[in-house]
Design a protein. Structure first.
Length: 640
């Protein structure tokens, strides 16, 4: 099973200028090596059979004839493979010479794609030798006794794998305002391949990398790029052998430039994920095109993936790079605070009410609220922070809550909810010794009632504290902590909450607040609705009940963001958490996730307002519309 992945390679072989025999033998070596590594597509640099820097030798019959001879050599010596290979060479047609990518598979030519944009400026002299593919008069070419499709309008589509379609462009084609690959992607190409010969000057590699990343993002595609290496002629310029495999704005693999040895990158493009993004992006197909494509159909080499070479991040919501994480936290915190500040300005209210438990979620919500008050010029004492100890409150969380509120200078209230809950148990005839859902939810709803009633008293807004992971699992009490007047954490996953609190502590807080925030960071995640253990410690740890949040956040990201199937979730999860979780553990918590996600949609259908901060949100107004009575059986059957 390939789980929607296509394994691709970008090769930069050693070469000799105008030595077609040497170059062809190197190309064959790389094709065979890539085939052994289960690659399905391999790309070579521009004019890789002759070398790019042949100059006026491109007008010599000997060189042109030999390029055809050794194209046939490559075909014959790779005919036993099923891999699709794209090699570069000069091709004669219509009394013109074209700089082409030749697409071959199993000893046959699938098609020939000429370069569209021919540079003739600065160090580039291609206009001296080559014509634009747009000037071709014929759409076929005779090669080795067969008519072969020729043209800039060719796409290569696999018949045996959904949505695998290859578009080819060459070097300068990428650097123009509207590259051919832009049209190719709209016409169905999911894999964009660029044969290139891009020389190195100061700063060019960074620009080139960004160009490739941006094109892969704009086209919602995989982009495979292979550029000539150091063995091109150095008469005037030097080539670095820059090869890149990118996917939808991210670089999966990249060569070390200036290597004196041939190099080959291998990685997997997640075509299923790309297609899912295209289906969601209704603007993608809105472009008005006067262009059409001729599709060449072929059968892609079949492969069974046991793992992938690309990195699978176990914590997709949390950047592993510290500098990136710092920027991300700063931006998220700004979105949260700006959202609340606008709501305060719009409503004209001068006060808010927030429940503080001493846990991470309410801590982050309070930090956001304090910052928003600073933005709109309101004093912190207008924040009515309420701690409401219940049957499960421990000394640790209780004192952390008080210290946090004092350090931020907010107005503090303490209301013991136990007497009210006991009375309510009597009213509804519930045995206080039965610690079931009723026992827990009475406490949650009592706290929400208190907050709502105080907000009426002080003419303020109730600030919600629940996060994205809790909403996905339905780990909230309906009309309890589920409800508020503005929910600042609603699209923050649990795995990210900790890092946001830590970032605020280290970047925005004075010593007292910083100390208590780091204490809170060490506290286990708990709703604290069941009595503490005999030592007075937390007796109810959320992750023991619903499972590790890092697994659930992983499931949320890949299922909601990219529509991954349960089999693919398992496949990716096993790679991301290799050695940490047994297969049975992953299966167990995936089933829990699926059951809870489907069963708890009714809670998400009536969520309060709150800011979207990332690519995933469960707001019924903007991002997630799902019937509350949808069944999970189809997904659970896949797991089984």
């Amino acid at each position: 099973m390939n789980y929607g992945f296509v394994k691709v390679a970008a090769a930069v072989p050693e070469l000799r200028v105008a030595n077609c025999e040497f170059n062809a033998k190197k190309i064959v070596q790389f094709i065979i090596e890539a085939d052994k590594k289960a690659c399905q597509v391999i790309l070579f640099p521009e004019l890789s059979i002759t070398a790019y820097t042949c100059g006026d030798l491109f007008h010599q019959e000997v060189l042109l004839e030999q390029s055809y001879v050794y194209l046939k050599y490559i075909m014959d010596n790779t005919s036993q493979t099923d891999i699709v290979a794209i090699v570069g060479m000069p091709v004669r047609l219509d009394s013109q010479l074209f700089n082409c990518g030749v697409v071959i598979q199993g000893g046959n030519i699938l098609g020939v794609v000429p370069k569209t944009y021919i540079p003739g400026y600065k160090e580039f002299y291609e206009e001296r030798w080559f014509a634009s593919g747009a000037k071709a008069l014929n759409d076929t070419i005779d090669l080795f006794g067969k008519k072969v499709p020729f043209g800039v309008d060719l796409l290569f589509e696999a018949t045996n794998l959904n949505n695998v379609c290859i578009g080819v462009e060459i070097c300068e084609d990428l650097w123009v305002p509207v590259p051919p690959s832009s049209y190719q992607s709209i016409l169905g190409a999911t894999l964009l391949l660029n044969l290139s010969a891009s020389n190195e000057i100061i700063g060019k590699s960074d620009y080139r990398r960004e160009l490739i990343k941006q094109q892969s993002a704009k086209c919602i595609a995989g982009y495979i790029y292979a550029s000539s290496g150091v063995y091109e002629s150095t008469t005037d310029v030097v080539f670095g052998g820059h090869a890149i495999i990118a996917e939808n704005g991210g670089v999966l693999a990249e060569t070390e430039r200036f290597s004196m040895e041939g190099q080959m990158l291998c990685s997997e493009i997640d075509v299923q994920k790309l297609n899912n993004d295209r289906l969601k992006n209704t603007s993608f197909m809105e472009a008005s095109l006067n262009k059409k494509a001729r599709k060449i159909f072929f059968e892609l080499k079949k492969t069974t993936l046991t793992n992938v070479q690309r990195y699978v991040d176990p914590h997709p919501f949390v950047p592993s790079d510290i500098a990136t994480r710092d920027r991300r936290c700063r931006e998220i915190f700004s979105i949260q605070t700006s959202g609340l500040a606008k709501r305060l300005i719009h409503t004209g209210v001068k006060t808010v009410v927030i429940g503080i438990s001493g846990g991470l979620d309410s801590t982050l919500a309070l930090l956001v609220t304090a910052k928003a008050f600073g933005l709109v010029g309101l004093p912190p004492e207008n924040i009515h922070a309420v701690t409401m100890p219940g049957f499960g409150t421990t000394n640790e969380t209780y004192y952390n809550a008080l210290e946090l509120m004092r350090s931020l200078g907010v107005s503090i209230s303490e209301i013991d909810i136990k007497p009210a809950c006991i009375q309510h148990f009597k009213d509804i005839g519930h045995d206080i010794n039965v610690h079931d859902t009723t026992y827990e939810n009475v406490q949650a709803r009592e706290r929400t009632q208190i907050l709502m009633d105080i907000s009426n008293k002080v003419n303020g807004l109730v600030i919600g504290t629940g996060d994205l992971s809790e909403l996905a699992l339905g780990w909230c009490t309906y009309n309890g902590d589920h409800m508020s007047m503005y929910s600042v954490n609603c699209s923050i996953p649990k795995t990210l909450v900790k890092f946001l609190v830590e970032w605020v502590a280290d970047n925005m807080m004075e010593s007292n607040a910083k100390i208590v925030l780091h204490k809170i960071l060490k506290t286990p995640i708990s709703p604290e609705l069941l009595p503490p253990d005999e030592k007075g410690d937390i007796n109810q740890k959320t992750e023991d009940i619903v499972g590790p949040y890092e697994l659930h956040d992983f499931f949320i990201y890949h299922m909601l963001r990219y529509g991954a199937s349960p089999q693919k979730l398992i496949f990716l999860c096993k790679q991301a958490f290799e050695g940490k979780y047994e297969d049975d553990t992953i299966l167990k918590w995936l089933k829990v996730f699926l059951r809870r996600f489907f069963a708890q949609q009714f809670k998400r259908s009536c969520l309060p307002d709150g800011p979207k901060v990332g690519t995933i949100s469960l707001s019924p107004r903007g991002d997630w519309r799902m019937p509350s009575d949808a069944e999970a059986n189809l997904w659970l059957n896949y797991v089984d």
